[in-house]
Design a protein around this ligand. Structure first.
Ligand SMILES: NC(=O)C1=CN([C@@H]2O[C@H](COP(=O)(O)OP(=O)(O)OC[C@H]3O[C@@H](n4cnc5c(N)ncnc54)[C@H](O)[C@@H]3O)[C@@H](O)[C@H]2O)[C@@H](O)CC1
Ligand SMILES: [K+]
Length: 568
């Protein structure tokens, strides 16, 4: 499952399953609670007293063999709280001591949550936390139950079942309580104690956007988040991943959204994965497992793999374009030419070998060499310089070749983005980082920056879709949560968090290589969306393959290995 769902889509999937008569809401809640307990035991086998599983925890103090394990379960006013009551019951049935707190009014609990509240009442009591701001007395009681081991015997686990996909307002009223438990933010979260598990999503985080609701930034910081059926966008976008800890998906027996007529394919956002991209990646690698451009068998004529033209800046400013050129060549463009102003010709010619070089002084020069129809993919922006960008971009776009605009080619139009949008065509790819995005789409960036006071909050998926619609071409909005959208609303997320984290990618020139990868794939006649998606995925894989110490030059050199692995 690679769909990244919104809260509304998840509700629609759940509703369809219930309406089909295959399952009841109560059964889904039971499966969810069971899934959470299984995931906890999988993560911390020393907490699983059902069998004699070995303790493998190096991070936490071993539970005392004599004493029962202890949990504090925080339930909220909706079905997320209902899941919490199920977990409380299942742990209690295994001999745990469980202190349960309900944040909200009992009378307003939805029916399934209410049933599980009642079931829990047969085993233990529920302490009240007044909504929106628990009283001092209530917070003291909570603190007593969750005291740290240094002061008295503390819990082995704190379960956050306060809010899930239904969060619609900030949870500022919980700030004092969460602070006392020391689970009130990522910064506060002590890696040693206690184990904090969030049901579905850390409370305070918007499931659609990965943004924290409210200007106080109140949120639970979890070590483990257990979600259901599929990841939600909030687990990956914006700051989401920083608060989820490890995120585990539990299958609760629901169908995939594509089986539901009520959810249009266009409203979904895909998560990039090798499995998802396999069909396009296979175009890069032949049967022998070799990248096609390295394999003589499939190497027809070099022009059959396209000819990319990448424009450089002036003297001392050519490195970025050279990085892009190397990327385009490695990803398999048949030929790559650097378009160089005469003053930088010497500098470039001593640094390139397989990459070719052509003098391009100005707009006239560019339009002349674009008479060669074999130049089928252009890249403008890396190190180009703003004046040169303003001069060359209109000519490049008028030629209607597949074109990547990055860096200076975007910044050059900060004063008049509409002028750029008027020239763009559907074979373009814009690759802004946050700053460049804000220059071209200031109103959209503002929506993404303004503190969200209600959920679901405007997300990077919404922003990139809106930008692509306005630009009339593919927009790749960079970050650890890169979002790629086309003007028709198709959208995907290339995530570099959790197991795909690649912090080394934040290095000078990495973006230039990405622009080159996309250009190379466009030369190879990938569609703009496929080129952007495939390049973004490979870019992260190259960084992961190299590891710490990575500099931009290493990225293209990792490609053969990454492609070989994809082909194997
Ligand atoms: N959708 C599904 O298929 C399933 C959902 N389940 C659980 O149900 C959850 C969703 O349940 P709900 O839709 O009831 O949503 P939540 O349990 O997240 O909470 C919604 C309730 O809280 C209120 N609320 C929202 N923000 C508030 C705030 N800041 N302060 C006070 N009250 C606030 C809402 O008005 C609503 O009453 C999921 O996250 C998941 O844990 C599971 O039981 C299994 C199946
Ligand atoms: K939660």
């Amino acid at each position: 499952m690679t769909d990244l769902l919104t809260a509304a889509q998840m509700r629609a999937i759940e509703q369809a399953a219930i309406e089909s008569g295959d399952v009841t809401g109560l059964e889904l809640m039971e499966r969810a609670g069971q899934g959470v307990v299984e995931a906890i035991f999988e993560e911390w086998p020393e907490l699983d007293k059902r069998g004699a599983s070995p303790s493998r925890s190096l991070t936490y103090p071993r539970p005392d063999e004599e004493d029962p394990l202890r949990a504090v379960v925080l339930c909220g006013p909706g079905n997320n709280g209902g899941d919490g009551f199920v977990v409380a019951r299942l742990l209690r049935e295994q001999g745990w001591e469980v202190a349960v707190f309900l944040y909200g009014d009992l009378e307003k609990l939805p029916p399934d949550a209410r049933v599980n509240y009642e079931r829990w009442l047969e085993l233990g009591e529920v302490s009240k936390l007044t909504l929106p701001t628990p009283t001092k007395r209530e917070v003291s009681k909570l603190e007593k139950h969750a005291a740290r081991p240094s002061s008295s015997q503390g819990p082995d686990l704190i379960l956050d079942a306060l809010f899930g996909t239904g969060l619609i307002r900030p949870i500022g009223g919980l700030k004092p309580a969460l602070a006392k438990l020391q689970i009130g933010s990522e910064a506060d979260a002590d890696p040693w104690w206690p184990r904090v598990v969030s049901v579905d999503i850390p409370s305070g985080l918007c499931a659609d956007s990965g943004r924290i609701l409210g200007d106080e930034g109140v949120i639970v910081g979890a070590h483990l988040t257990v979600t259901f059926h599929s990841k939600k966008r909030g687990h990956l976008l914006d700051v989401g991943a920083q608060f989820c800890g490890k995120t585990v998906i539990v299958d609760i027996g629901l169908s995939s959204p594509s089986d539901l007529g009520s959810i249009s394919r266009k409203s979904l956002a895909d998560l990039h994965s090798e499995r998802r991209l396999r069909r396009v990646l296979s175009q890069l690698v032949d049967e022998s497992g070799l990248p096609q451009n390295l394999s003589k068998a499939s190497f027809g004529h070099k022009y059959s793999h396209g000819h990319a033209l990448i424009m450089t800046g002036g003297p001392g400013k050519t490195g970025a374009a050279r990085l892009a050129a190397r990327g385009a060549l490695r990803i398999g463009a048949g030929l790559v030419t650097l378009g160089v102003p005469p003053a930088a010709q010497m500098e470039v010619s001593v640094q390139v070998t397989a990459v070719m070089l052509q003098r391009v002084e100005s707009a006239d020069g560019l339009s002349k060499i674009l008479e060669d129809e074999r130049l089928n993919a252009l890249c403008l922006g890396p190190g180009l310089g703003l004046d040169r960008a303003r001069d060359l971009v209109p000519v490049a776009l008028a030629a209607e070749r597949a074109t990547v605009l990055d860096a200076d080619a975007l910044t050059a139009f900060a004063d008049d983005p509409a002028a750029l949008f008027g020239m763009l065509h559907e074979n373009c790819v814009l690759t802004p980082h946050g700053g460049e995005f804000a220059l071209l789409f200031p109103d959209i960036a503002e929506k993404l920056k303004a503190v969200p006071i209600k959920g679901p909050a405007y997300s990077k998926v919404d922003a990139t879709r809106e930008a692509a619609g306005r630009a009339g071409c593919v927009v790749l909005f960079k970050g650890p949560d890169t979002v790629i959208a086309d003007p028709n609303g198709r959208c995907s997320v290339n995530s570099a968090v959790y197991e795909r984290a690649a912090p080394w990618l934040a290095t000078a020139g990495a973006g230039d290589v990405l622009a080159g990868f996309i250009t190379g794939l466009l030369a190879r006649r990938f569609s703009p969306l496929q080129a952007a998606e495939t390049a973004a995925w490979l870019h992260v894989e190259c960084a992961r393959s190299f590891g710490p110490g990575l500099i931009a030059e290493d990225l293209p050199e990792q490609l053969p290995r990454v492609l070989r692995e994809v082909g194997s």
